[in-house]
Write a protein that binds this ligand. Structure first.
Ligand code: PFF
Length: 473
């Protein structure tokens, strides 16, 4: 049961906003959003993503903060205290804690790649290398699990150190320092990108005003928008806004009961979306200026950006800044993932923060090792990775890493989001809910819009993602 004494609170509204925005802004924005945009053909995907954030993501974010702030408890305890004894709703909290373990285990591996790229760009640099050599750098990193595991371990240690520092000292301080530097670095890169000849086509590409001639002259793929793009946009919105697994229930539980959750949610979503768009406006000019393919998939950041940096004046300086930025963004998200697991042990088991953080962090670190290894192994040979993948998710046609990404992105987060939306829309007492929504905000008149979205649009949209993931539609 809740131990009370170990629970912290945010020091200020700004501190909370930065920490929550820090959770939202991460690899999903800088690594995920640009490659998804490229793979789904640019402008139309961006438009649908924006609609998904506003009509589906935003109401769920308000619902998560509402649950956390009302219950002053982490996901499992929050669902327990807000529902009847023995009710199955507690399962939504469990899915969240479980998802935190799985997501952080592979998230830390990607963050580890990013750290390796800081190292690569400082020690070796990309200048003077051919594009093939540079993209091979990524394949050889993926096929070197000892190195991937090392960086994954270093990243997990950093995350554990910050979360062990607590709500005010750890999470808030980290966000207050790191988030503004992240914005600063993005702006520098944006201004620089605007000076390249790739900016005009990139602008047209992202805003959907491109013409096919321009793209083929640049040697770029033609845009591809398909039915699945709708669903990818929705899944990307959940991941990017940190929704569906209780991260924002946990952060909301450190808010005082009078805090405004409505405008706070709008600010966090706007910041997250701004960073995703900024990342696209930074990456696509480079892609177009260097004649790269926008639709090449998840390798876009790691395999393409260094190629572009190697060709451009100032690239040697910009490459480490870029990967530092990516790592910084990943850290502020990773701490929120670890916080979900940590707060479970603090609130449910009455453990001290130090003990809870170290145990959860170590377990997640170990769970991440197969993700780092699933690309292949020099030390144990490719046979080892093959055996691991076959024994685990082979029947499912995926390696461990891809299966974990797929499971969380397409199933656990949407299921969690559906549970959260349904709980708040249909289960929580109407009066307490209305009062909770209207507390501290000047936007109380949006109450019925919020309820309407949570009751009807959100479940339909989310179910569509789940059915698509299961290949049922
Ligand atoms: N929102 C993070 C990103 O965009 O990288 C990832 C994430 C963090 C997802 C926390 C879920 C979460 F609870």
């Amino acid at each position: 049961m809740a131990s009370g004494g170990e629970r912290g609170h945010w020091g200020s509204r700004l501190g909370f906003i930065l920490a929550a925005a820090g959770s939202a802004v991460g690899l999903g924005n800088i690594w995920g959003f640009p490659y998804m945009t490229g793979r789904n053909g640019g402008g139309l995907f961006v438009l649908i993503y924006l609609i998904a954030v506003a009509l589906v993501g935003l109401p769920i974010m308000m619902a998560e903060l509402f649950i956390g702030r009302t219950a002053q408890n982490s996901p499992v305890g929050a669902f327990r205290s807000l529902s009847r004894p023995g009710s199955p709703w507690i399962g939504v909290g469990w899915v969240g804690v479980f998802a935190a373990f799985i997501i952080l285990s592979f998230y830390s591996v990607i963050a580890g790649w990013s750290m390796h790229y800081i190292w690569l760009s400082v020690t070796d640099g990309f200048a003077g290398r051919t594009p093939d050599e540079i993209s091979n750098m990524f394949s050889s990193l993926a096929a070197n699990p000892e190195l991937c595991t090392l960086w994954h371990g270093i990243f997990m240690l950093l995350t554990i150190g910050i979360v062990a520092g607590g709500v005010k000292g750890g999470l808030e301080l980290c966000a207050k320092v790191l988030m503004p530097s992240l914005f600063g670095m993005l702006l520098i890169l944006l201004v620089w990108g605007m000076t390249t000849e790739g900016f005009a086509p990139a602008f047209k590409y992202i805003t959907g005003m491109h013409d096919a001639d321009l793209l083929s002259r640049l040697g770029a793929d033609q845009p591809r928008f398909s039915g699945r793009s709708w669903l990818e946009a929705l899944g990307q919105a959940f991941f990017s806004l940190s929704l569906g697994m209780g991260a924002l229930i946990t952060y909301g539980s450190y808010l005082n009961r009078k805090a405004d959750i409505v405008s706070t949610s709008i600010i966090i979503s706007a910041l997250d979306t701004t960073v995703a768009l900024l990342a696209a406006f930074i990456i696509f000019p480079i892609v177009f200026a260097a004649g790269q393919q926008p639709g090449q998939g998840p390798g876009l950041v790691f395999a393409t950006i260094p190629i572009a940096f190697s060709m451009m004046p100032g690239g040697a300086l910009l490459a480490p800044i870029f990967f530092l930025l990516l790592t910084v963004a990943a850290i502020t998200s990773a701490v929120s993932l670890l916080e979900v697991a940590t707060s479970y042990f603090i609130d449910e088991r009455g453990w001290t923060r130090g003990r809870a953080t170290i145990l959860a962090g170590t377990l997640i670190g170990l769970l991440g090792v197969p993700s780092a290894v699933s690309g292949g192994s020099k030390m144990f040979g490719q046979g080892f990775a093959n055996l691991l993948n076959t024994l685990t998710f082979g029947a499912y046609g995926k390696n461990w890493f891809d299966a974990f990404v797929d499971l969380t992105f397409n199933l656990m987060l949407p299921l969690g989001a559906l549970g959260i939306a349904t709980f708040v829309a249909w289960r929580v007492g109407g009066q307490a809910r209305e009062q909770g929504f209207k507390t501290g905000t000047t936007l109380g008149s949006l109450y019925w819009t919020w309820i309407g979205l949570l009751r009807y649009l959100v479940p339909i949209g989310v179910l569509a993602v789940i059915l698509q993931a299961l290949n049922l539609i």
